[in-house]
Design a protein around this ligand. Structure first.
Ligand SMILES: OC[C@H]1O[C@H](O[C@H]2O[C@H](CO)[C@@H](O)[C@H](O)[C@H]2O)[C@H](O)[C@@H](O)[C@@H]1O
Ligand SMILES: [Ca+2]
Length: 738
């Protein structure tokens, strides 16, 4: 039977071993609820490797790297159809952790020194006979499944061996598409608003109160949330209007009273009362600890969400961006009050276009209307945020990450600025918090600190917080990242005006009328300017240009490839970039953020920054793969993708199903372990990782599109890039540009 065929799940038949946890551990598969043991004794027709390709065996034999399976003590004849009967989920979990989680972090990893084998009862014998579950991967999958079953209220379960011995590539892709996105999706309603509004980053007494700020001209939302607050008085939800003019002074004034910022809602009929009400659009958050909508994370997640068919979530995020541009003047870093002054790298035009194609495209009037609303917002954003004061450099016509704002960003980890503040604390002989208060209140004036924080805000707007590339200089840099993205906006806007506005767009915001030629000219001019100021033929890099001192910089960053993603680079530049720049950035696990030499020496006084060498980030990989493919370098993209997917799969297999925000991609053993700034998001879970990390989830789904079955099998067996590449026949090497 084919794994893609619809699978039955009934108490009379078999349960798909790979069905969603809610179904798999639902009543239908609950031994306690079955009238007789027979219902769960029946073997189902799937084989352990049914969700992998049929030539797996020959591959594994070739490389002799098959994971150890369980010993079959009782019924080897049914190999491939084995099921366990876990009579007591709680005690099995306890035993598993006691014997196998030797470092007591509630995860079973290659670092634990347990026996790496546990006897588990078979379902055929009602648990009487046992078989051995062996090895880190299977034992950690057992831990994950037991943890989920327990959280779903189950005391006994029937567990397919196939579920804990699933090919890792299949398991991770399945979890991302079937579980991780759902855990990352938020839909604000009157019952959960207080939870979503709660702030985890700010530590003031006022921050303990969940608060939502509503744009001054959204009375329906104010009424909606006020009602929610009255419905649940114990939650103490504080509902506040924002002023019509949101200034940096105002934003600073509410830093100790942070709140969520309202997002787009639409009218609906309340099913309980039959009255008109509001309902929110869904959105995905970057990781489990977040509840707010982010800027560029949303774009990266949308790419994966679309591939996994979660179109409403991707579309919901565009609806929120349209609302943010309308009411807050920009796509926000994230919708918390302390982010009101800054944005993040802009991707709205491409995001809207990708969704447009998936919701019906040009033949669907609703899709066209959606596209036009999105582009109207993007044009406003382009003109009023990115090509306007203070981000625009009038001399070159290039743009910088240069947001407004005052004071010290309140959302950073306490102690993050200790090294910077130390000389000032000494100078004023004040403890840190007292100094910060006085400085923020304008009672201490220190222009050099103002300058530092101007750039620090820029760093955060760039999404690359933090990197030595930007420290103390960001707001003065016309970066290759931002200018590539704006080039893409200009090209996309030209295309949409030509096709959907009969080549004449009247801007409702400023009354101007433009055609596609106008926008193409803007794009062409940007391309010429970027080449003039940023292109370095000798190294094959686009470098940032310092508009303040009027000099090109020399920091070798992976964002040079954004010029390929956006189409800004010429074919010759692309070729030079692949020949000269790429070898400096290609490491074991893909494209590293920057070169080691650009980053410089690391010491106690100059600690690692998370957006620098040796760390690799999903958005850098995703944009480079697409960019390289655009210019005919699909083989290079495939090679880089294999590298990245290897790192992700290896960490997933060895470290209890972990998927983290970023990886140290220079090491193959524990790449998820990152000692920089706040550590790593997604690493801190007990028993099971439920949501992965948004843009990393996307990168796995997108990266797999470059892999053929052979590569997928190699990834499933965790074959490192070099042995894998070396094992290829000459004809296969071409697929990886080797
Ligand atoms: O609180 C510290 C910083 O946290 C965010 O930055 C990091 O997480 C974001 C969400 O995944 C991501 O967009 C960003 O690239 C990361 O560096 C936040 O965006 C920063 O503004 C904030 O200072
Ligand atoms: Ca452990």
């Amino acid at each position: 039977m084919s794994a893609t065929r619809t699978r039955r799940s009934s108490s009379r038949g078999f349960m798909d071993p790979f069905s969603d946890a809610e179904v798999y551990y639902g009543p239908i598969n609950d031994p306690k609820k079955q009238s007789s043991q027979r219902a769960f004794n029946r073997s189902r027709a799937f084989s352990v490797f049914e969700n992998t390709s049929t030539d797996k065996k020959s591959f594994d034999e070739t490389y002799s790297l098959q994971r150890r399976g369980s010993e079959d003590d009782s019924y080897s004849s049914s190999k491939g159809n084995r099921r366990f009967f876990i009579e007591n989920v709680d005690s099995t979990l306890e035993e598993l952790l006691r014997t196998e989680d030797t470092d007591r972090n509630f995860q079973i990893t290659v670092e634990d020194n347990g026996p790496k084998v546990m006897k588990v009862g078979t379902s055929n014998s009602g648990g009487y006979n046992t078989i051995n579950v062996r090895g880190t991967y299977m034992l950690s999958n057992l831990l994950q499944e037991l943890t989920i079953a327990k959280s779903l209220g189950r005391h006994q379960i029937i567990l397919d061996e196939a579920r804990i011995n699933e090919n890792p590539v299949a398991r991770l892709s399945r979890l991302i598409s079937k579980q991780f996105w759902d855990y990352l999706t938020r839909r604000i309603d009157c019952n959960n608003i207080a939870k979503i509004a709660s702030d985890t980053k700010i530590n003031t007494p006022e921050a303990k109160v969940p608060r939502i700020y509503i744009p001054y001209n959204c009375p329906e939302q104010f009424e909606f949330y006020s009602k929610a607050s009255k419905m649940h008085p114990s939650l103490k939800l504080d509902v506040q209007y924002l002023p019509s003019n949101i200034t940096p002074e105002y934003v600073k004034s509410i830093n100790d009273r942070p709140g969520l910022l309202a997002l787009a809602m639409r009218e609906c009929i309340d099913p309980e009362t039959g009255e008109k009400s509001l309902t929110s659009y869904p959105y995905a958050v970057p990781g489990g600890r977040f509840n707010e909508l982010y800027g560029w994370d949303s774009y990266m997640m949308a790419l994966g969400l679309l591939k996994n068919g979660k179109i409403d979530v991707a579309k919901g995020m565009v609806e929120h961006f349209i609302f943010e541009i309308e009411h807050y003047g920009k796509i926000l870093n994230a919708n918390r009050s302390y982010y009101l002054c800054r944005s993040q790298p802009p991707f709205l035009t491409d995001m809207a276009l990708q969704i447009f194609k998936r919701i019906g495209g040009e033949n669907d009037p609703n899709a066209v209307a959606f596209l036009k609303r999105s582009f109207q917002a993007a044009i406003k954003e382009y003109k009023t945020v990115w090509v306007a004061y203070p981000r625009l450099d009038c001399d070159t016509g290039l743009s910088c990450y240069h947001p407004d704002g005052l004071g010290i960003p309140p959302e950073t980890e306490s102690g993050h600025f200790d090294a910077v503040l130390k000389p000032y604390l000494n100078k004023y002989d004040l403890p840190r918090d007292e100094f910060i208060k006085k400085y923020n209140d304008g009672k201490i004036i220190e222009p050099s600190l103002d300058e530092f924080f101007l750039h620090d805000r820029g760093v955060r707007e760039s999404g690359h917080d933090t990197t030595y590339r930007f420290e103390g200089v960001c707001a003065y840099l016309a970066t290759i990242d931002l200018n590539s993205l704006l080039y893409k906006y200009e090209r996309d806007i030209a295309d949409v005006i030509q096709e959907f506005y009969a080549d004449s767009y009247e801007d409702p915001n400023d009354g101007t009328v433009t055609d596609s030629a106008h926008w193409r000219k803007l794009a062409e001019r940007r391309k010429e300017t970027v080449t003039k100021y940023m292109w370095d033929e000798e190294s094959g890099f686009f470098f940032d240009y310092n508009v303040h001192v009027k000099k090109r910089t020399f920091y070798q960053s992976a964002t040079t490839f954004w010029s390929l993603w956006s189409g800004l680079a010429t074919d010759e530049q692309a070729k030079t970039m692949v020949e000269k720049a790429l070898p400096n950035l290609e490491v074991l696990g893909g494209l590293v953020s920057c070169t080691e030499s650009s980053r410089g020496e690391i010491s106690l006084l100059r600690p690692s920054r998370q957006w620098d060498y040796p760390f690799g980030w999903a958005p850098h990989q995703i944009l480079a793969w697409q960019g390289l493919s655009n210019y005919g370098f699909k083989g290079v993209a495939t090679r880089l993708a294999y590298r990245w997917l290897f790192i992700m799969t290896k960490a997933f297999v060895d470290y209890n199903g972990i998927v983290v925000e970023k990886y140290d991609i220079t090491k193959g053993t524990d790449p998820h372990r990152v000692v920089a700034e706040y550590g790593n998001q997604g690493a801190d879970f007990k028993g099971v990782a439920r949501e992965g990390f948004g843009w990393v989830n996307s990168s796995y789904i997108l990266g797999l599109e470059y892999m053929n079955n052979h590569a997928k099998r190699a990834l499933g067996a965790c074959i490192p890039p070099v042995p894998f590449f070396n094992s290829l026949k000459p004809s296969e090497k071409k697929l990886y540009a080797l």
